[in-house]
Write a protein that binds this ligand. Structure first.
Ligand code: KG4
Ligand code: ZN
Length: 346
């Protein structure tokens, strides 16, 4: 059922995202056009601790949320009454961080009488592929069935989508998420947080074949495992240390990155083949990685959708895109919903 007064063809959704260390708000038109997209990042603060410090993250969200939402409305040249619905990340994520965005969204929904739509953060990453970032006429939206590879700091999974908002989980990581592996290996190499961009930068000057790090293929499974790879890197670094060898940071970074990319790309293509999907979505923070982007797009058999860099890492535009598809299907949540810090996508 479409909500009363909802315009299926032209709706403006105010979206809020605060699941981790980015306070973000955006206004989306029809789930595809960005009217505004504001991100206040806490990365610099957390970098001092080498990772996200949950209590500080929620405090920073509280400090930033009002001005971020205000800015998103201002950039879109809209006021709250002109918005059709409020979408917000309900989970998964850090409980104290999620609550800040959710409370803001609840207050705005209560004050405006508009629908409140809780969105799964991973669903948001997937729906970043439906955003036409610069309003191009050549933009192609994903077609079903499609395979979505979600690679972020907290998740690594392969999902089959046969239609909008329909998810069939094909595989998950059994241990570390891909982004977590990047962050941990960066720490072993004394590279700054967040580890993904640091490893990528170091890898640009390194040899991807110098070290033959293990790839966990986990035959006949779409699950992933990165902890053995991380341990192999640790063992190699310790071995070189004890032998008095200067650590070739660039080569270790490049060889590690290649091992991750090989497994992610191969499993995604196998899933697309098996489920006869001609479209593939790659989303989440690690989809910003240039080696992964290259590995996924070098072939011409599949249409691969990878969002532009600013939409790969956490943002609210993607929550507004997913919120749109929920809104036009009549979805709305109670104003007293709880956040879901461990909410699975399927
Ligand atoms: O999706 P995201 O912004 O937050 C979560 O939902 O977790 O992903 C953050 C993760 C971090 O682990 C970060 O190191 C990784 O994405 N990342 C990258 C790159 N940029 C961010 N990993 C590899 N290469 C990159 N260029
Ligand atoms: Zn994310």
């Amino acid at each position: 059922m479409t909500p009363k007064g909802a315009n299926k063809n032209r709706n403006r959704i105010l979206a809020i995202e605060s699941s981790c260390d980015e306070t973000a708000a955006a206004v989306m038109l029809n789930g595809s056009t960005i009217l505004s997209n504001v991100v206040a990042s806490q990365i610099e603060m957390h970098a001092k601790f080498g990772g996200v410090f949950p209590e500080m993250a929620s405090r920073e969200h509280i400090l930033a949320i009002y001005s971020v939402v205000e800015q998103a409305l201002e950039d879109a040249h809209l006021s709250l009454p002109e918005i059709d619905a409020i979408a917000v990340t309900r989970g998964p994520g850090l409980a104290g961080s999620l609550v800040v965005g959710a409370n803001m969204a609840k207050a705005l929904a209560l004050a405006s009488g508009k629908a409140l739509i809780g969105v799964n953060h991973l669903e948001g990453h997937i729906y970043s592929a439906w955003i036409n970032p610069d309003g191009s006429d050549d933009f192609i939206a994903p077609r079903f069935p499609c395979i979505a590879l979600i690679v972020s700091g907290g998740h690594t999974s392969l999902t089959l989508m046969k239609d909008h908002l329909q998810y069939e989980n094909l595989g998950d990581t059994l241990d570390d998420a891909a982004g977590e592996a990047f962050d941990k290996v960066a720490r072993l190499l004394n590279l700054p947080y967040p580890g993904g961009p640091s490893i990528q930068k170091a890898a640009e000057r390194g040899s991807a074949t110098r070290f033959d790090f293990p790839r966990a293929w986990l035959d006949h499974s779409f699950d992933f495992s990165f902890s053995g790879l991380k341990t192999a890197v640790l063992r190699e670094i310790k071995h070189m240390h004890s032998a008095g060898i200067i650590i070739p940071t660039e080569d270790v970074a490049a060889s590690f990155q290649q091992a991750v990319v090989d497994v992610l790309a191969a499993k995604t293509f196998t899933a697309a083949e098996e489920y006869r999907a001609s479209h593939i979505i790659v989303a989440g923070g690690v989809s910003a990685n240039n080696a992964l982007r290259k590995a996924m797009t070098v072939q011409k058999k599949y249409t691969v959708h990878i969002p532009p860099l600013k939409l790969c890492t956490d943002n609210a535009a993607m929550i507004g895109a997913a919120g749109h598809f929920r809104y036009i299907q009549g979805h709305s949540d109670a104003l007293d919903f709880d956040v879901l810090p461990t909410w699975p996508l399927a």
